[in-house]
Design a protein around this ligand. Sequence first.
Ligand code: GLN
Length: 211
Amino acid sequence: MDSGTTQSDPTETQASTPVTIGVLALQGDYAAHAVALKEVGADAVLVRSVAQLAGLDGLIIPGGESTTFLKFLERDGFLADLAEFVRTKPTFGTCAGCILLADEVVHPAQASLAVLHATVERNSYGRQIDSSIEHAATALGGDPLEMVYIRAPRILKVAEDVEVLAERDGFPVLVRQGDLLAATFHPELSDDRRVHRLFVEMVMQARQARA
Ligand code: GLN
């Protein structure tokens, strides 16, 4: 039976529907991420409860203080569901978010969601120069990317399945491992939207693969 001629193709309809991306809004720098996501055509949802994770195609864990995030996540019983989410749906961690994704955190050691095959050192750039704006080439193409660092961590090492998309002083600062993306800087604080665009593309592809 040929039913394809009169019905709309569900995959085509889906391709034109914006992806819905949550921004974990318990603490930290979530508002600028929501603005950036809207600028690149995604629907952004501020996530403050575990129940909200259910309807999302992807998630951003923003910068802030990773220790404070952990306190909120433990208090609200968020941690187990979030750990499940980041294993199954595209997630982008920036700065503190990158620390939370890493499978090993040092300086000092702390708990994490442990999905990104990387060792991350907190507050790695010292007190005097703890914040800076740099420009560096990336695998995203085009001009060097502006990178805003705020009490940034350093990715000391990554496993072989982690793709390094940009470096600072020989250390990775933007990495991808399958559906996970992580940056030690704050792309939401620059006007350049290449990193958010990449993440939205990752989320669209993952949604397509699930359909
Ligand atoms: N220093 C913070 C931490 O260790 C991260 C800083 C940031 O997210 N801008 O969690």
